[in-house]
Design a protein around this ligand. Structure first.
Ligand code: PMP
Length: 383
């Protein structure tokens, strides 16, 4: 029998059939005018999904979210520049590592596991010394905590500090408005809420970020990451003229174009609302099953994933038992609490069927007298 387990980890995710079909189509030349059409359209649609400025520049290259982080920082940071990292967990620590490797001096504003620094805490940190940029992880996939990007971007903008948002676990699912919030660089990866297989790094740079990259003292030390190399390429494809710098992942770009068309068809506000509805239904189930979330307050809980402590008497073997019940979930990731919790992804095309199937599998795997309580609560929340 084929593996029909539902993939409910925080990326990669379950994909729409039309997206997968685009992956399997004949590979075209990257210089084919038909591919230029596809790539150009996808770049334009990306701006719409990020709710970005018309002047903002999307960059789509082969890579993963980590490469997108590298690309953002490699283009913005001169050696010795001060960067403030809003520390919410594992992926903020990665951002700090990326910044340090590109020569930045990193200052952290931190919160305990399950919490996020407030905009006020960020403002206080920013007032202590001049910073070139502030980096924030919108949803830290290691904890399921969503940071107040809107508030943090506001206090950074008031001080003329560039704002870089790791939206890998948020963009396309959580409310995110690059232009309205004044976010200078936003980045994600294809395998998350954009609903495409792994393999694409996606970065959208606003006008101030592009200007900062142009005004740098030193040349970007990586050829592949250099916006100066990619800018004419992206602009040319958007003008439907193929041009070569480094071979684009043709099939992945075609799949991206299909998924972005589906996202445009749903509409961003409806997509945000659907993610909030599914996230709310999962949270109702967790309450009914007495599964304690890592986020310490409800308003910090992401709509794109849940991170839940194992209940007393249950350990990490739960993940395999849930898989045996037909749903793939993920173990813990944050180094301080890794063995004590598990994670459930609910982004992309996730709908009511996925919620009920996932909660049901977790209930059965828990093997408690809770049977049916989580499904009933989720079902009621969805009704
Ligand atoms: N940032 C966040 C918030 C993520 O969730 C991830 C991936 N889970 C990354 C960065 C890194 O992305 P990738 O694994 O695609 O390199």
């Amino acid at each position: 029998m084929s593996d029909r387990r539902l993939l409910m980890i925080p990326g990669p995710i379950e994909l729409e059939p039309d997206v997968l079909q685009a992956m399997g189509a004949r590979t075209r030349s990257h210089m084919d005018p038909a591919f230029a059409d596809v790539f150009g359209r996808a770049l334009g649609r990306l701006r719409d999904v990020f709710l970005a400025d018309a002047e903002a520049q999307p960059f789509v290259v082969a890579g993963s979210g980590t490469l997108a982080m590298d690309m953002a920082i490699a283009n913005l940071v001169d050696r010795g520049a001060a960067a403030l990292v809003v520390d919410t967990g594992y992926f903020s620590a990665r951002m700090a590592d990326v910044l340090e490797r590109w020569g930045a001096r990193v200052v952290r504003v931190s919160a305990p596991v399950g919490d996020a620094p407030s905009a006020e805490a960020v403002a206080a940190a920013l007032s202590k010394e001049p910073f070139a940029l502030v980096a924030v992880t919108h949803v830290d996939t290691s904890t399921g905590v969503r940071a107040d990007v809107e508030g943090i971007a506001r206090v950074a903008r008031e001080r003329g500090v560039l704002v870089v948002v790791d939206g890998v676990c948020s963009i396309g699912g959580e409310v995110f408005r690059q232009k309205a919030w004044g976010v200078d660089v936003a980045l994600t990866a294809s395998q998350k809420a954009l609903g495409v297989p792994p393999g694409l790094a996606l970065v959208v740079a606003g006008p101030r970020a592009l200007e900062a990259a142009r005004a740098r003292r030193s040349k970007c030390a990586s050829v592949y990451l250099d916006w100066a190399e990619w800018l004419p390429v992206m602009r040319s494809y958007e003008a439907r003229k193929p041009v070569y710098f480094a071979t684009p992942p043709v099939n992945l770009v075609a799949a991206l174009d299909v998924s972005l068309a589906q996202i445009a068809g749903e509409g961003m506000e409806a997509r945000f609302a659907r993610h909030a509805r599914m996230g709310g239904a999962f949270r109702a189930a967790w309450r009914a099953l007495e599964l304690r979330p890592l986020p310490v307050r409800e308003e910090l809980a992401a709509n794109t994933l849940s991170a839940l402590y194992y209940p007393p008497g249950v350990d990490a073997s739960l993940v395999a038992r849930v898989a045996a019940e037909g749903v793939v979930v993920a173990g813990g990731l944050h180094p301080e609490v890794r063995a004590t919790y598990f994670r459930v992804g609910h982004m992309g095309a996730c709908g009511p069927n996925d919620v009920l199937a996932t909660v049901g599998a977790i209930e059965r795997a828990m093997g408690t007298s809770a049977h049916g309580r989580g499904v009933a609560a989720a079902s009621q929340a969805l009704a």
